[in-house]
Design a binder for this molecule. Sequence first.
Ligand code: C5P
Length: 238
Amino acid sequence: MSAPSVRERLIVPLDVPSVEDAWGLVDRLGDTACHYKIGHALQFCGGLDLARDLVRDGNRVFLDVKLHDIPNTIENGVARIRDLGVGFVTVHAYPQTMAAAQHAAQGSSLQILGVTVLTSMADADLTEAGYAMSVADLVRQRARQAADVGVTGVVCAPPDLAMIREDVGDDLQLVTPGVRPAGSEAGDQKRVATPGEAIAAGADYLVVGRPIYAAPDPAAAARSVIEEITQALGERNA
Ligand code: C5P
Protein backbone atom coordinates (compact mmCIF):
# COMPACT_ATOMS: atom_id res chain seq x y z
CA MET A 1 0.00 0.00 0.00
CA SER A 2 1.43 3.41 -0.96
CA ALA A 3 2.17 6.00 1.76
CA PRO A 4 -0.63 8.51 2.35
CA SER A 5 -0.15 12.07 1.11
CA VAL A 6 0.55 14.67 3.78
CA ARG A 7 -2.95 16.08 3.27
CA GLU A 8 -4.48 12.63 3.86
CA ARG A 9 -2.56 12.31 7.13
CA LEU A 10 -4.66 15.08 8.63
CA ILE A 11 -8.10 13.74 9.59
CA VAL A 12 -10.66 16.39 10.47
CA PRO A 13 -13.51 15.04 12.63
CA LEU A 14 -16.89 16.40 11.59
CA ASP A 15 -17.96 16.82 15.23
CA VAL A 16 -20.83 19.16 14.40
CA PRO A 17 -24.53 18.68 15.15
CA SER A 18 -25.90 18.33 11.63
CA VAL A 19 -25.03 17.29 8.10
CA GLU A 20 -25.66 20.90 7.04
CA ASP A 21 -23.02 22.11 9.52
CA ALA A 22 -20.67 19.39 8.29
CA TRP A 23 -20.97 20.63 4.68
CA GLY A 24 -20.37 24.17 5.94
CA LEU A 25 -17.09 23.08 7.53
CA VAL A 26 -16.05 21.05 4.48
CA ASP A 27 -16.70 24.11 2.29
CA ARG A 28 -14.67 26.37 4.58
CA LEU A 29 -11.75 23.93 4.49
CA GLY A 30 -11.89 23.71 0.69
CA ASP A 31 -8.87 21.92 -0.79
CA THR A 32 -6.88 22.13 2.43
CA ALA A 33 -8.41 18.97 3.87
CA CYS A 34 -9.47 15.75 2.16
CA HIS A 35 -9.91 13.26 5.01
CA TYR A 36 -12.93 13.47 7.31
CA LYS A 37 -14.06 11.48 10.33
CA ILE A 38 -17.75 10.82 10.93
CA GLY A 39 -18.68 9.70 14.46
CA HIS A 40 -21.77 8.79 16.40
CA ALA A 41 -23.32 12.26 16.44
CA LEU A 42 -23.71 12.44 12.66
CA GLN A 43 -24.07 8.71 12.13
CA PHE A 44 -27.60 8.86 13.50
CA CYS A 45 -28.74 11.91 11.54
CA GLY A 46 -27.71 11.46 7.92
CA GLY A 47 -24.00 10.79 8.39
CA LEU A 48 -23.96 7.66 6.25
CA ASP A 49 -25.34 9.52 3.23
CA LEU A 50 -22.83 12.28 4.01
CA ALA A 51 -20.06 9.66 3.96
CA ARG A 52 -21.17 8.45 0.53
CA ASP A 53 -21.34 12.02 -0.80
CA LEU A 54 -17.93 12.97 0.58
CA VAL A 55 -16.42 9.87 -1.05
CA ARG A 56 -18.19 10.73 -4.33
CA ASP A 57 -16.51 14.16 -4.19
CA GLY A 58 -13.07 12.55 -3.91
CA ASN A 59 -12.54 12.70 -0.14
CA ARG A 60 -11.40 9.96 2.19
CA VAL A 61 -13.83 9.11 4.98
CA PHE A 62 -13.11 7.52 8.35
CA LEU A 63 -16.27 6.03 9.86
CA ASP A 64 -15.67 6.10 13.62
CA VAL A 65 -18.41 3.74 14.77
CA LYS A 66 -16.37 1.59 17.20
CA LEU A 67 -18.21 -1.65 16.47
CA HIS A 68 -18.25 -4.53 18.94
CA ASP A 69 -20.59 -7.53 18.75
CA ILE A 70 -20.58 -11.28 18.05
CA PRO A 71 -18.49 -12.21 14.98
CA ASN A 72 -21.46 -12.98 12.72
CA THR A 73 -23.03 -9.57 13.40
CA ILE A 74 -19.71 -7.79 12.92
CA GLU A 75 -19.20 -9.53 9.59
CA ASN A 76 -22.67 -8.55 8.38
CA GLY A 77 -22.23 -4.94 9.51
CA VAL A 78 -18.79 -4.55 7.97
CA ALA A 79 -20.03 -6.08 4.72
CA ARG A 80 -22.63 -3.27 4.48
CA ILE A 81 -20.06 -0.61 5.42
CA ARG A 82 -17.92 -1.81 2.49
CA ASP A 83 -20.64 -0.58 0.16
CA LEU A 84 -20.27 3.01 1.43
CA GLY A 85 -16.79 3.35 -0.07
CA VAL A 86 -15.25 4.70 3.13
CA GLY A 87 -11.58 4.09 4.01
CA PHE A 88 -11.18 3.51 7.75
CA VAL A 89 -13.74 2.03 10.11
CA THR A 90 -13.17 1.46 13.83
CA VAL A 91 -13.93 -1.61 15.91
CA HIS A 92 -13.02 -2.26 19.53
CA ALA A 93 -9.71 -4.10 19.63
CA TYR A 94 -10.96 -7.47 20.87
CA PRO A 95 -9.29 -10.24 18.83
CA GLN A 96 -12.61 -11.87 17.88
CA THR A 97 -14.12 -8.57 16.78
CA MET A 98 -11.06 -7.49 14.81
CA ALA A 99 -10.79 -10.89 13.10
CA ALA A 100 -14.46 -10.85 12.03
CA ALA A 101 -14.17 -7.27 10.72
CA GLN A 102 -10.93 -8.03 8.88
CA HIS A 103 -12.49 -11.09 7.29
CA ALA A 104 -15.50 -9.10 6.05
CA ALA A 105 -13.30 -6.28 4.70
CA GLN A 106 -10.98 -8.56 2.76
CA GLY A 107 -10.84 -7.85 -0.96
CA SER A 108 -12.16 -4.29 -0.56
CA SER A 109 -10.54 -0.93 0.09
CA LEU A 110 -12.10 -0.77 3.57
CA GLN A 111 -9.43 -0.68 6.29
CA ILE A 112 -10.05 -1.82 9.86
CA LEU A 113 -8.71 0.18 12.82
CA GLY A 114 -8.80 -1.27 16.34
CA VAL A 115 -9.53 1.06 19.24
CA THR A 116 -7.03 -0.15 21.87
CA VAL A 117 -8.37 1.36 25.10
CA LEU A 118 -10.67 4.38 25.22
CA THR A 119 -8.69 7.42 26.37
CA SER A 120 -11.35 8.13 29.00
CA MET A 121 -10.26 4.95 30.85
CA ALA A 122 -7.75 5.14 33.70
CA ASP A 123 -6.32 2.17 35.62
CA ALA A 124 -9.09 2.40 38.23
CA ASP A 125 -11.76 2.29 35.50
CA LEU A 126 -10.24 -0.90 34.11
CA THR A 127 -10.27 -2.48 37.57
CA GLU A 128 -13.90 -1.49 37.97
CA ALA A 129 -14.65 -3.09 34.58
CA GLY A 130 -13.02 -6.35 35.67
CA TYR A 131 -9.57 -6.11 34.10
CA ALA A 132 -6.55 -7.00 36.26
CA MET A 133 -4.26 -4.90 34.10
CA SER A 134 -2.99 -1.35 33.73
CA VAL A 135 -4.10 0.79 30.79
CA ALA A 136 -0.54 0.72 29.39
CA ASP A 137 -0.37 -3.09 29.52
CA LEU A 138 -3.80 -3.50 27.92
CA VAL A 139 -2.92 -1.02 25.15
CA ARG A 140 0.28 -2.98 24.46
CA GLN A 141 -1.55 -6.34 24.47
CA ARG A 142 -4.30 -5.14 22.16
CA ALA A 143 -1.88 -3.51 19.73
CA ARG A 144 0.04 -6.79 19.48
CA GLN A 145 -3.22 -8.67 18.93
CA ALA A 146 -4.23 -6.15 16.24
CA ALA A 147 -0.94 -6.79 14.45
CA ASP A 148 -1.42 -10.58 14.80
CA VAL A 149 -4.94 -10.42 13.36
CA GLY A 150 -3.64 -8.28 10.50
CA VAL A 151 -5.91 -5.24 10.72
CA THR A 152 -4.62 -2.04 9.14
CA GLY A 153 -3.95 -0.14 12.33
CA VAL A 154 -5.02 1.09 15.74
CA VAL A 155 -6.25 4.31 17.26
CA CYS A 156 -4.10 5.34 20.22
CA ALA A 157 -3.27 8.32 22.41
CA PRO A 158 0.00 10.25 21.83
CA PRO A 159 1.85 8.82 24.87
CA ASP A 160 1.25 5.24 23.58
CA LEU A 161 2.71 5.87 20.11
CA ALA A 162 6.38 5.19 20.79
CA MET A 163 5.71 2.03 22.79
CA ILE A 164 3.40 0.57 20.12
CA ARG A 165 5.73 1.51 17.28
CA GLU A 166 8.62 -0.17 19.05
CA ASP A 167 6.53 -3.29 19.66
CA VAL A 168 4.94 -3.80 16.25
CA GLY A 169 7.33 -1.98 13.91
CA ASP A 170 5.61 -1.05 10.67
CA ASP A 171 2.91 -3.73 10.96
CA LEU A 172 0.26 -1.21 12.06
CA GLN A 173 -0.81 2.26 10.95
CA LEU A 174 -1.13 4.48 14.03
CA VAL A 175 -3.97 7.00 14.14
CA THR A 176 -3.82 9.53 16.95
CA PRO A 177 -6.37 11.93 18.41
CA GLY A 178 -5.49 14.27 21.28
CA VAL A 179 -3.35 16.43 19.01
CA ARG A 180 -2.95 20.08 19.87
CA PRO A 181 -0.82 22.61 18.00
CA ALA A 182 1.38 24.61 20.39
CA GLY A 183 -0.65 27.28 22.16
CA SER A 184 -4.09 25.77 21.52
CA GLU A 185 -6.57 24.70 24.21
CA ALA A 186 -6.41 21.06 25.33
CA GLY A 187 -10.15 21.08 26.16
CA ASP A 188 -11.10 17.68 27.60
CA GLN A 189 -8.06 15.91 26.07
CA LYS A 190 -5.71 14.90 28.88
CA ARG A 191 -2.76 13.29 27.12
CA VAL A 192 -1.97 15.65 24.26
CA ALA A 193 0.95 16.17 21.86
CA THR A 194 1.67 18.69 19.14
CA PRO A 195 1.40 17.49 15.52
CA GLY A 196 5.21 17.47 15.29
CA GLU A 197 5.62 15.44 18.48
CA ALA A 198 2.99 12.89 17.41
CA ILE A 199 4.60 12.36 14.00
CA ALA A 200 8.07 12.12 15.59
CA ALA A 201 6.73 9.44 17.96
CA GLY A 202 5.53 7.35 15.01
CA ALA A 203 1.97 8.48 14.17
CA ASP A 204 0.79 7.96 10.60
CA TYR A 205 -2.45 9.94 10.82
CA LEU A 206 -3.52 12.75 13.16
CA VAL A 207 -7.12 13.50 14.15
CA VAL A 208 -7.36 17.21 14.88
CA GLY A 209 -10.78 18.63 15.64
CA ARG A 210 -11.39 21.71 17.76
CA PRO A 211 -8.08 23.43 16.97
CA ILE A 212 -9.29 23.43 13.34
CA TYR A 213 -13.07 23.68 13.33
CA ALA A 214 -13.25 26.15 16.22
CA ALA A 215 -10.55 28.40 14.71
CA PRO A 216 -11.61 31.73 13.17
CA ASP A 217 -10.08 30.51 9.88
CA PRO A 218 -10.27 26.67 9.80
CA ALA A 219 -8.42 26.41 6.47
CA ALA A 220 -5.48 28.44 7.81
CA ALA A 221 -5.41 26.30 10.98
CA ALA A 222 -5.44 23.12 8.88
CA ARG A 223 -2.65 24.45 6.63
CA SER A 224 -0.50 25.15 9.65
CA VAL A 225 -1.01 21.58 10.97
CA ILE A 226 -0.13 20.20 7.52
CA GLU A 227 3.08 22.29 7.47
CA GLU A 228 4.03 20.91 10.87
CA ILE A 229 3.35 17.33 9.68
CA THR A 230 5.49 17.93 6.58
CA GLN A 231 8.38 19.22 8.63
CA ALA A 232 8.20 16.41 11.21
CA LEU A 233 8.01 13.75 8.47
CA GLY A 234 11.11 15.25 6.87
CA GLU A 235 12.97 15.04 10.17
CA ARG A 236 11.66 11.53 10.88
CA ASN A 237 12.78 10.24 7.50
CA ALA A 238 16.14 12.09 7.51
O1 C5P B 1 -11.58 18.18 19.08
P1 C5P B 1 -10.57 17.09 19.25
O2 C5P B 1 -9.28 17.33 18.48
O3 C5P B 1 -10.30 16.77 20.70
O4 C5P B 1 -11.27 15.82 18.59
C1 C5P B 1 -10.73 14.52 18.68
C2 C5P B 1 -11.58 13.54 17.93
O5 C5P B 1 -11.01 12.22 18.09
C3 C5P B 1 -13.02 13.46 18.42
O6 C5P B 1 -13.84 13.12 17.31
C4 C5P B 1 -12.98 12.30 19.40
O7 C5P B 1 -14.21 11.64 19.51
C5 C5P B 1 -11.96 11.38 18.75
N1 C5P B 1 -11.30 10.45 19.65
C6 C5P B 1 -10.60 10.86 20.77
N2 C5P B 1 -10.02 9.94 21.60
C7 C5P B 1 -10.12 8.63 21.33
C8 C5P B 1 -10.81 8.20 20.21
C9 C5P B 1 -11.40 9.15 19.38
O8 C5P B 1 -10.48 12.07 21.02
N3 C5P B 1 -9.53 7.75 22.11
